[in-house]
Design a binder for this molecule. Structure first.
Ligand SMILES: Cc1cc2nc3c(=O)[nH]c(=O)nc-3n(C[C@H](O)[C@H](O)[C@H](O)COP(=O)(O)O)c2cc1C
Ligand code: SF4
Ligand code: SF4
Length: 349
């Protein structure tokens, strides 16, 4: 017997994976005659308590960024009203393919932290389910090939059917708890990413000379993190590195600033070493010294990012800067979740 009459799905998605899981879950609900409403949480404010049907199942789906949900999802959950509905938390992680095996990503503290917040608000947590969709972090690795992308879509579609059947029949599915040890072990990195790492990655994007200033990235960023400075897109620290802009720019003009990071490392390490040995007696443990040096790296990066932005106005300098970005090589590619028609209907895998 089905458990729920209505489902409310709140999702965030940079490159379409979480959106795809939301739509597959919603399709499954419809086959069971369960009314399902889907909301892109980047386009709405958290609902008011009285707007939520107390008998509805609530589902949150979001990618994992730095072993946690991204800030936009965490903010939405933190500002969600109190209630006592049943809730299922889902995520999309960085899946890859080895043979016929899907290699799993890492959830980190995303489920534990969000489940705790929702529990404190009065909700009943009925499931924690990760989905290993294609990794979209093409700043650090080339995009996955078409075969792998199709394979991962097919496998995750099957997985949604299994877990949705379980949720709608029995109501409970805590498959993510089998990873709890590794998720807890990685928790210091989750916190480091949230406090510092995400600001470093916010400065990893820039628009190459191929940019024609169409402003599509500025208009479509889910957190309004790109502004126009000197007539060119400029990435602020608000960027959540969701990868939407980079993967949807119509001119493939958004690159990862590998050269800038290399230059920042070359300049900041010796300067920080010199300052801390000769002028500043930090008198703190190695752990805190590492934090201070990372903050110093971030400050140097911010300064150099500004300089790079000015240099990019000049076409010739822009071409030289772009040559130092691995993402510039055609084979590196871009990633966007593919429509169902590309892997369904007998498409060869
Ligand atoms: C900045 C960034 C950080 C990421 N961190 C993780 C991570 O910690 N663990 C993981 O499994 N995947 C990680 N990923 C991969 C994405 O979570 C994964 O590809 C997800 O399916 C993307 O979903 P979307 O298309 O809905 O945005 C990261 C991706 C980016 C861009
Ligand atoms: S979407 Fe691409 S071409 Fe358009 S402004 Fe942004 S970087 Fe430039
Ligand atoms: S600037 Fe790009 S990567 Fe950053 S949050 Fe906006 S769309 Fe996502």
């Amino acid at each position: 017997m089905d458990h729920y009459k209505k489902t409310l799905i709140y999702f965030f998605s940079g490159t379409g994976n979480a959106r795809r899981i939301a739509s597959w879950f919603s399709e499954f609900a419809e086959t069971k005659k369960i009314e399902c409403q889907t909301f892109d949480l980047s386009k709405i404010s958290p609902p008011k308590k009285e707007e939520i049907d107390p008998s509805a199942l609530i589902v949150f789906i979001s990618p994992i960024h730095g072993f946690n949900y991204p800030k936009i999802t965490l903010d939405f959950i933190i500002n969600f009203p109190k209630g006592n509905n049943h809730v299922v938390l889902m995520n999309t992680r960085a899946g890859m393919k080895i043979g016929n095996w899907v290699t799993p990503g890492l959830t980190g503290i995303a489920f534990l932290f969000s489940a705790l917040i929702l529990k404190i608000k009065g909700y009943k947590i009925d499931g924690l389910i990760p989905f290993d969709m294609p990794s979209n972090w093409i700043s650090i690795h080339p995009s996955l090939n078409d075969n792998t992308v199709r394979f991962l879509h097919l496998k995750n579609h099957e997985k949604v059917q299994r877990h949705a059947a379980k949720i709608f029949s029995y109501g409970k599915d805590f498959v993510a708890l089998k990873d709890i040890i590794q998720d807890l072990l990685i928790s210091p990195v989750s916190i480091g990413y949230f406090l510092i790492g995400r600001f470093l990655f916010a400065k990893s994007f820039y628009a190459s000379p191929a940019c024609n200033n169409c402003e599509s990235c500025i208009k479509n960023c889910p957190v309004n993190a790109i502004k126009s400075l000197q007539g060119r897109p400029y990435w602020t620290f608000d960027c959540e590195s969701c990868m939407k802009c980079m993967n949807t720019c119509p001119h493939n003009a958004i690159e990862t600033a590998h050269g800038l990071f290399l230059m920042t490392g070359i300049l900041s390490a010796p300067v920080f070493g010199f300052l801390s040995t000769h002028f500043i007696d930090l008198g703190i443990s190695e752990f805190f010294q590492n934090i201070v040096s990372t903050v110093f790296f971030l400050i140097v990066l911010w300064g150099l990012y500004h300089i790079q932005h000015r240099m990019l106005v000049n076409g010739k300098l822009g071409t030289i800067i772009t040559a130092f970005s691995l993402t510039h090589f055609k084979k590196w590619g871009r990633y966007k979740s593919i429509p169902d028609s590309k892997w369904k209907n007998g498409t060869e895998i």
